[in-house]
Structures are given as structure tokens and as C-alpha cells.
Design a protein around this ligand. Structure first.
Ligand SMILES: C[S@@+](CC[C@H](N)C(=O)[O-])C[C@H]1O[C@@H](n2cnc3c(N)ncnc32)[C@H](O)[C@@H]1O
Length: 248
């Protein structure tokens, strides 16, 4: 089999944050597969077929990529950020596990990208400089009770927390509930970063105390990072810098 599948992360938005390794894979590909807005970031060219699909069909998309590679195509499955963070790499391996035995002989590689959490943290300072965790706040693929349990335990462990998928039009109340849980569990005014559309022309950063954080400050293009009890803000003439010291 001469085909391959590369599962690649396109980074948070800025072309300068796409790794050279990912660029090279896209240049060598015959097919690119992914969610519509991510495939739209790949420049069309002769010899390259772009396959865009809706975000609700991850497993079908993954199986399609594997089937094309088994037919000899060179396929790049694109995700935003890093493909292993709440994205397509797991979906491809789920499809591999459930699929025909001959798919397991395929050349499948995962190429990392800069995940939104790290891009957001870097723009604000160093809020993830000590122990932290990342939580997907969407309850599409897990029950809300589990999210709430993880929020409480992360607060008890005094982790900084990075939230992906904080709030969507179809799930407006979940993030409001998450803020209530955090206010109760943290019981202080630690800083919260709302980082929207990081590294794109629409980028907006806002840092507020947990006591003032409002659900409307987040949407599906926002990364929310809440500090640990030690995270603080330094005021500088260039704006606030958010950081967590390296020792607890
Ligand atoms: C399905 S997750 C995909 C995460 C992606 N694989 C990554 O590593 O960044 C989508 C969520 O990532 C966050 N996100 C992605 N790109 C972002 C950006 N440029 N700025 C802020 N948040 C972003 C948002 O929380 C969004 O709801």
C-alpha cells in the first residue's frame, strides 16, 4: 500500500503558526479531508481534492480518509490547533479500530499543531506556568454531571484550567452553570482570561476576576483560562500580564 494518512493540526488561525512539517504534508497530499472551515484554510491546487464535511460526521470522515489511503491516495485530515486535542486524531483511530483489518497496515501519522490553549496562554502571559488541566465544556459527547465533577475536582486540586468549547448557541446555559460551580468551588476573585479568535484579525483578550465573569463573554471561538489560586495579573503600560508562578 503506497497511500498514507496524515492527521495534521493547522494551529489557531495565523498561517505563521502552521508548522513546516504540516505544510510539507499538505504539499505532498492528493486529498484533504475535514470540517468545512478548516478545509477552507487549505489553498486549492491542481492534483489536490478538497473534501469538506459537517462537524457531526467525524467518524464517517475518518473512515473515508482511511479508505482513500487504502486505495493509494495521500490523505491529510485537518483539524484546527492540534489534531490530538478534542479533534480528529482520536476519530481516525476509532475508525481504524472498528474498520477492516487491512487498514491497520496503513502508514498513519499524527502531526502536532499549536493548540488554542497554548496560543491563548502565550498572548496573555504565562497562566499555565504551573500545574493545569484542559476540559472540553461541550456535553455533546459526555454527560454534564461528569463535566461538573471534573470542574469541582480540578478546583479542589488547585489546577489552572483551560476550557475548550465553552459556549455555543445550542448550549447557552452550560457555561453559566460552569461559572456558578467555579465561583462556589474556588470562592475567590482569581483572574479569568477570555481569549477569542486568537492569532486572527478578530482576536480579543479580556481578563476579569472570577466574581465578574459573565457567560456572554464566551462563544465557540473563545478559549477560557481560569487561574489557580496563585495566578495573578501584573499591570504594565502595555496592558495586563497574566501569570502563574512556577512554585506552589
Ligand atoms: C473542537 S475544539 C478544537 C480544538 C483544537 N483541536 C485545538 O487544538 O485548538 C474547538 C474549540 O477550540 C477553541 N479554539 C480553537 N481555535 C481558537 C482560537 N483561534 N482562539 C480561541 N479559541 C480557539 C475554542 O474553544 C473552540 O470552541
Amino acid at each position: 500500500m503506497s497511500g498514507w494518512v496524515v492527521i495534521a493540526g493547522l494551529g489557531p488561525g495565523d498561517e505563521a503558526l502552521v508548522t513546516p512539517e504540516v505544510r510539507a504534508a499538505l504539499e505532498a497530499a492528493t486529498d484533504v479531508v475535514g470540517y468545512i472551515p478548516y478545509v477552507a484554510r487549505v489553498a486549492p491546487r491542481d492534483g489536490l481534492t478538497l473534501h469538506s464535511s459537517d462537524n457531526r460526521v467525524e467518524l464517517e470522515r475518518a473512515a473515508h480518509a482511511l479508505a482513500m489511503a487504502a486505495d493509494g491516495q495521500r490523505v491529510v485530515v485537518v483539524s484546527s490547533g492540534d489534531p490530538g486535542v478534542f479533534a480528529m486524531a482520536s476519530a481516525v483511530f476509532e475508525a481504524l479500530e472498528a474498520g477492516p483489518q487491512h487498514w491497520r497496515a496503513l502508514d498513519i501519522r499524527v502531526l502536532p499543531g499549536i493548540t488554542a490553549m497554548l496560543a491563548a496562554a502565550a498572548k496573555a502571559g504565562a497562566p499555565l506556568g504551573h500545574d493545569f488541566c484542559a476540559i472540553n465544556l461541550s456535553d455533546n459527547l459526555k454527560p454534564w454531571a461528569l463535566i461538573e465533577k471534573r470542574l469541582r475536582l480540578a478546583a479542589e486540586g488547585d489546577f489552572a484550567m483551560a476550557f475548550y468549547n465553552p459556549r455555543s448557541k445550542s448550549r447557552p446555559e452550560g457555561f453559566a452553570r460552569a461559572l456558578e460551580v467555579l465561583r462556589e468551588a474556588c470562592a475567590d476573585a482569581r483572574p479569568v482570561l477570555f481569549a477569542r479568535a486568537v492569532s486572527t484579525p478578530q482576536q480579543e483578550l479580556r481578563i476579569v476576576p472570577l466574581t465578574d465573569a459573565q457567560p456572554e463573554m464566551a462563544d465557540m471561538r473563545t478559549m477560557v483560562i481560569i487561574g489557580s489560586s496563585l495566578t495573578r495579573v501584573i499591570d504594565t503600560p502595555r496592558g495586563p500580564v497574566l501569570y502563574t508562578p512556577r512554585s506552589a
